[in-house]
Design a protein around this ligand. Structure first.
Ligand SMILES: Nc1nc2c(ncn2[C@@H]2O[C@H](COP(=O)(O)OP(=O)(O)OP(=O)(O)O)[C@@H](O)[C@H]2O)c(=O)[nH]1
Ligand SMILES: [Zn+2]
Length: 345
């Protein structure tokens, strides 16, 4: 066991300035608690403090440089390495704050159950966030044992997620496990995301093996003292790394305009065919979108979701702009204040 068995590779090596100095002080973040990180270097785990002056806020899956060896008494994070991928969303409740979910993920499993919980618009939103993150999305359709028509669900997903692997599973019937396991390779990182109760933790236990706690090389912190409200990384018996996340009630992905355009190309490619250049696609005669919806070429649901994501993107841009304006205002005020003080002295 070493850092490489935790997914450390060339991408991170190339960021190391002084190999001899740094390599023994690098670790991966297993969990984040208030101001304290649980880290592991493939051999031992440790806790590290998070100074306020850090270059970026670490999250589960990050590789960090510490200020000492992992067996030191008191450790702090010195640096967070650039990420291979970063899954994030807008914080629920605070519409101008970005919340990282997991870093350096290879596969992001969107878990959704084949029952009333199933929601294509939400799935679309998860898919866009993953596309933006740099990870590969996989759709896991859970609770197949409770469903009479799994093929209906699979077809619906296929329509909105072209080229994305779809894996129907049942934990009690042990269906789909082989397909899931084929994604796992030593050092690969997976994250499971989705609403509460869809079976993420069940899936993670399923992947990691029932007797995970015993077989695992990574010794995990006492689960009893941390509630399942926090994200954490576990290691499966075959050496892949799996991140469990708490259910998300509200999911606003952070996506660039280009990502939206790419994902909704079926919609945007019709817009130039509207009769009027500035068509609002609401009431106009000769609107290609309205026509396509009417003809059933575009799903009304998908159109609404597209519009919602566009609106959210506009609002985010506004909020970010506002934030940076405020920051600059403060910088200028500080500067003026300092100048005054200097003038006086
Ligand atoms: N019948 C059936 N039940 C399942 C399956 N997977 C999970 N469950 C059950 O669904 C319930 C919720 O499963 P969890 O794994 O805790 O769901 P979760 O997504 O981790 O939920 P949160 O931790 O709240 O986000 C549990 O009672 C599981 O036993 C499945 O494939 N079939
Ligand atoms: Zn139009």
């Amino acid at each position: 066991m070493n850092l490489h068995s935790l997914g450390f590779g060339q991408f991170f090596m190339s960021q190391i300035e002084d190999y001899e100095q740094e390599i023994d002080k690098i670790a991966r973040v297993l969990a984040v608690h208030k101001g304290v990180l649980e880290v592991h270097n493939g051999e031992i785990s440790a806790q590290a403090r998070l100074p306020e002056s850090i270059n970026m806020q670490p999250t589960v899956g990050d590789f960090v440089l510490l200020d000492g060896l992992l067996d030191s008494d008191s450790l702090a994070v010195k640096q967070v390495y650039e990420r291979k991928s970063l899954l994030q969303r807008m914080a629920a409740g605070n519409r101008s704050q970005v919340q990282p979910i997991a870093a350096n993920v290879d596969y992001a499993l969107i878990v959704t159950s084949m029952n009333d919980e199933f929601n294509l618009s939400r799935l679309e939103r998860y898919l866009l966030a993953i596309q933006e993150s740099g990870a590969t999305p996989v759709v896991v359709l859970s609770k197949q044992d409770l469903c009479d028509n799994p093929d209906d669900y699979i077809e619906q997903v296929e329509r909105i997620a072209r080229g994305v692997q779809i894996i129907p599973i049942s934990a009690p019937k042990k269906l789909g496990l082989d397909k899931l396991l084929s994604l796992l390779s030593p050092g690969a990182t997976l994250v499971a995301i989705g609403s509460s109760g869809v079976g993420k933790s069940t899936l993670v236990n399923y992947i990691c093996g029932e007797d995970m706690q015993k077989t695992q090389a990574i010794s995990f912190f006492d689960k009893g003292s941390h509630t399942t409200t926090s994200r954490q990384m576990l290691q499966a018996a075959n050496g892949s790394l799996v991140i469990d996340t708490p259910g998300m009630r509200e999911f606003q992905p952070i996506v660039q305009a280009e990502t939206i355009s790419e994902a909704f190309d079926d919609i945007e490619s019709k817009m130039p065919h509207c009769r009027y250049r500035n068509c609002s696609h609401t009431v106009e005669d000769g609107c290609a979108i309205l026509k396509a919806i009417e003809a059933g070429d575009i799903d009304d649901r998908r159109w609404k979701n597209y519009q919602k994501m566009q609106r959210e993107q506009d609002r985010r841009n506004q909020a970010f702009k506002q934030n940076s304006k405020l920051r600059w205002k403060k910088v200028h005020l500080d500067m003026r204040q300092r100048k005054k003080m200097e003038d006086r002295s």
